[in-house]
Unconditional design. Structure first.
Length: 266
């Protein structure tokens, strides 16, 4: 009698799919020092470790963060060994043994091979452009004669009228500054787009370094960049970074998590 999927206790934890047809052992570098190895099919292979058929779960936030870092480390090592890989997010588990994983590779071979080819020679980079909001506001005011005239007239008005006009000035200046921030964000993205294969804009970033926390985020995006375009992209971003009041955070390379389209495994 065939064992039902719900009763399967053995499983394989998936890190990534790589372009290699060889069996390889990467050592005890996996989550909780599990031994990581490849399960090949034709010229591709899944990077896995043996695990129980249940999710990794803990109430310990620090331990959970360690697991995610260990997951990312394996993907980094696989990238160094095999080139660009198709990375899985944390905690993707296939119930069953190596043969079950191999069946999945066989079934989805054409799709996985196409994705590997599409990602070949690329990596993911993260870009955030920040500005000193007070500095940007000063620039906006300096370029708007109507606001400058209003600012100068306030000083000559009675206290009550001056208060209302100052509120009116602040509101107009705030709206114009936000519009200018949006215009600059579009301008920066336009300069970046020709240098990347794909770009995904983000309305916010999950983490901001301490030195940028008093700055306004103008633009945030993930980019899929070819090896030959990275240097020029860095030069364009450095030109932005040299502008007074603007700051660029450029990180990577990472495995292309944001751009790989993976179908459900197993």
């Amino acid at each position: 009698m065939e064992e039902s999927q719900d009763m399967v206790k053995e499983a394989r934890y998936l890190y990534s799919v790589a372009r290699t047809g060889h069996e390889a052992r990467l050592g005890s570098i996996g989550i909780q020092e599990n031994n990581v190895y490849t399960i090949p099919y034709k010229d591709i292979a899944a990077i896995v470790h043996v695990c129980d058929a249940k999710p990794y779960h803990t109430e310990d936030t620090k331990l959970a963060e360690e697991w995610v870092l260990e997951h990312s480390y394996v993907i980094d090592q696989a990238t160094k060994m095999f080139g660009t890989v198709l990375p899985f997010s944390f905690d993707v588990i296939v119930k069953g043994d190596d043969d079950v994983v191999k069946d999945w590779l066989c079934r989805d071979y054409e799709y996985l091979a196409r994705e590997l080819l599409r990602m070949e020679g690329t990596a993911e980079y993260s870009i955030q452009v920040y500005c000193d909001y007070d500095y940007l506001e000063t620039l906006v005011l300096a370029k708007n004669q109507e606001l400058l005239d209003l600012k100068n007239s306030i000083e000559k008005e009675p206290k009550g009228k001056a208060y209302l006009q100052r509120r009116n000035l602040d509101l107009k200046l705030k709206n114009l500054t936000y519009s200018e921030a949006g215009r600059l964000a579009d301008q920066f993205c336009s300069g970046i787009k020709p240098l990347v294969k794909e770009l995904k804009s983000e309305s916010r970033t999950s983490w901001t370094p301490e030195k940028y926390r008093d700055k306004k985020l103008l633009a945030s995006c993930s980019c899929l960049v070819s090896e030959e375009a990275v240097k020029r992209l860095g030069e364009v971003l450095e030109e932005i970074n040299r502008k007074d009041g603007f700051f660029v955070r450029f990180t990577g390379p990472w495995a292309p998590f944001s751009f790989v389209r993976l179908q459900e495994a197993g």
